[in-house]
Design a protein around this ligand. Structure first.
Ligand SMILES: [Fe+2]
Ligand SMILES: [Fe+2]
Length: 252
């Protein structure tokens, strides 16, 4: 462990190693990656004057994807493997609780943004990502679980999650936009669908239960409209999000 080096020296060394892997192509990163480290920067930017080319196209550091990737390909080749167990266990619980198939799918995808895209406002990003491919009720429920998680509903035995007290502190209060969204969701005809995501959201993982994706292959087949061109190659309002996941370091 190179503890004597500063974080930016370590980042430079990493950049150097990656350039070698990439045949001297420079990997550019989006602002979001830098902001996440508390920096307002674009790093190497456009590498003007370096004489080097920027990485465009497939990224040799990541697993190669098939030409026409499916949802399951993204799970297998892009999304973080660990957090997927949370989705699988939640969908498993929803199935045991007898929820309709499309709601099992909603539980399976509810945190797709956390394990596959962007954590902040994850319900919104996740809903947007899958919206063109699922029933409107499914994406609505995924979007609204963002706010409903913070509010109990004793009628279905849902209390404020204990682990939110641990993770966010006992004084944490949801922001006003979350409160306003909750109030709107409460009056919506699909309120209970979004609430069912919370009810089946397994906050405590069971390390002894391993649920496999194959268990849901048929449900995905019936309720996720996989485009024949492959996710990202199709022409929907969110195709660019899938392409960005596939090639996250395209320079532009
Ligand atoms: Fe969530
Ligand atoms: Fe969750």
């Amino acid at each position: 462990m190179d503890t004597n080096r500063t974080p930016s020296e370590r980042a430079d060394a990493l950049e150097e190693r990656q350039m070698q892997m990439l045949g001297d192509r420079i990997v550019t990163r989006s602002l979001l990656y830098y902001l996440a480290d508390g920096e307002r920067s674009l790093g190497t930017g456009f590498a003007v004057g370096s004489g080097k080319r920027l990485l465009m196209g497939e990224d040799p550091r990541l697993p190669a994807m098939p030409e026409k990737p499916t949802l399951l390909d993204f799970f297998a080749l892009r999304f973080a493997p660990g957090p997927q167990q949370h989705l699988l266990q939640s969908a498993n619980l929803a199935q045991k609780n007898g929820l309709p198939e499309k709601m099992v799918l909603a539980c399976l995808l509810h945190d797709i943004a956390v394990c596959g895209f962007i954590r902040s406002d994850h319900g919104y990003w996740g809903a947007q990502l899958v919206e063109p491919y699922v029933d409107e009720e499914v994406s609505w429920a995924i979007r609204m679980h963002q706010c409903l998680r913070f509010f109990p509903d004793e009628s279905v035995g849902y209390g404020y999650p204990d682990n939110y007290v641990r993770m966010f502190g006992p004084d944490y209060k949801p922001e006003p936009y979350i409160v306003a969204e909750y109030e709107r969701a409460r009056k919506h005809r699909w309120y209970m669908s979004a609430r069912m995501i919370c009810v089946n959201d397994l906050y405590s993982f069971d390390p002894d239960t391993v649920v496999k994706m194959e268990q849901f292959a048929d449900i995905i087949g019936r309720h996720f409209r996989q485009p024949k061109e492959g996710l990202g190659n199709d022409n929907t309002p969110t195709s660019h999000m899938w392409r960005t996941l596939r090639r996250p370091c395209n320079a532009l």
